[in-house]
Design a protein around this ligand. Sequence first.
Ligand SMILES: [Zn+2]
Length: 67
Amino acid sequence: MTGYYSVLIESVSNLFDVNVSLKEDKYIYCVRCSNKIDLTKYGGTEIRFCDACGHNIENELIKRGMK
Ligand SMILES: [Zn+2]
């Protein structure tokens, strides 16, 4: 029972995290060229590189807890 509930709570909180990040962090600014990158452009999960300069923004996303 305990195991079932912890899995359930975990999946619910994952959904919650996705909703929060979509609402509050739709954009990220590239640390190299300050390009505004729309994180929802590809569904919010596939963006790894700045579309202007090609800088890898994955670390920025990880720092924000968005990955
Ligand atoms: Zn850039």
